[in-house]
Design a protein around this ligand. Structure first.
Ligand code: NAP
Length: 293
């Protein structure tokens, strides 16, 4: 039995993407072209291929141009750097994204650093990360920005609240903590070395789980009335051999005590893709001197 209100990321993503589509149609006639996103993928990792396909379909749906490139696993660092250099110069391209993870022989960090900060659709370039740290306007990493959008749309008051973020990755944990701090939450970061995780999470008015451990957060770790945002995406296989996606939170248990909760799938995931579109449009508008929020 669920008592928590479900924060529906799928529905919000659909609304936001429809609105983006309408605005792109206007801008296309105004500026003579649609915003363009280039997703670079290396190898044949099925999960990455599914994510890339998802992004390309979302681009198509809203009328954004897609400049995807698919490289074999044997591609060299130099070849990828050259592809990024060309995209940096390409006026049709407003956003560039390298789908992670990359094969081991490639240096992902070095590669991400070659993306022009103005085309950094993933918001992972040190320049944009630095802006985030300083509280300046810039491209924000997609999943953390999606989390903030979900909180805002669900009318969750963040200022003054205690927010606990489990996970301290560059991709999710650290940037989401910075965004919560900017929104005036009192932020606590938990990680694998946190001594008493349950005591820490029970102090949270807003609990963000970004760990990558299936259903790590159980009902007893959630303070009654807390808002729970589950970033985790984990594929598990049950004893009958059926596989399904679960988050980092035991949804059934936690939803009995939380006030609001995001499901997996259908919570943060669709917002990540939406914020990628948002970032690409933001860069496009910036080039034409048009405001976009
Ligand atoms: P990551 O880089 O592996 O980081 C995981 C973090 O969790 C680390 O900081 C780690 O602590 C911490 N951790 C691991 N075990 C823990 C434990 N038992 N107790 C407390 N903390 C623990 O993962 P990520 O890239 O941030 O991704 C996290 C999850 O989000 C994954 O399931 C991923 O698939 C998902 N994800 C979803 C989206 C989306 O669109 N919904 C986007 C990105 C990622 P240490 O630093 O101490 O090792």
């Amino acid at each position: 039995m669920t008592s928590a209100q479900i924060i529906d990321g799928k529905a919000l993503a659909k609304r936001m993407q429809a609105e983006m589509g309408d605005r792109i149609a206007q801008w296309r006639s105004q500026f003579g072209r649609a915003p363009g996103l280039a997703v670079l993928m290396v190898g044949d990792n099925p999960a990455s291929a599914a994510y890339v396909k998802n992004k390309e379909l979302a681009c198509q749906r809203i009328g954004m141009q897609s400049f995807g490139q698919h490289f074999p696993t044997s591609v060299t660092q130099a070849e990828l750097e050259q592809a990024i250099a060309q995209l940096n110069q390409d006026d049709r391209v407003d956003g560039i994204l390298v789908q992670l993870p990359l094969p081991e022989h490639l240096d992902a960090i070095a590669l991400l650093n070659t993306i022009h900060p103005d085309k950094d659709a993933d918001g992972l370039h040190p320049y944009n990360m630095g802006k985030l740290m300083r509280g300046e306007v810039g491209l924000q990493s997609c999943t953390p920005a999606g989390v903030m959008q979900l909180l805002q749309t669900a009318n969750i008051e963040v200022a003054g609240k205690t927010a606990v973020v489990i996970g301290r990755s560059i991709l999710v944990g650290k940037p989401v903590a910075m965004l919560l701090l900017q929104a005036n939450a009192t932020v606590i970061m938990a990680h694998s070395r946190t001594e008493d995780l349950k005591a820490t999470t029970r102090s949270a008015d807003i609990l963000i789980a970004a760990v990558g451990k299936p259903e790590l957060v159980t009902r007893d770790m959630v303070k009654p009335g807390a808002v729970v945002i589950d970033v985790g995406i984990n594929r598990i296989t049950d004893y009958e051999g059926n596989s399904r996606l679960v988050g980092d939170v035991d949804f059934e248990g936690a939803s009995q005590v939380a006030s609001h909760i995001t499901p997996v799938p259908g919570g943060v995931g669709p917002m990540t893709v939406t914020m990628l579109m948002h970032n690409t449009i933001w860069s496009y508008c910036r080039r034409y001197g048009t405001a976009y929020n």
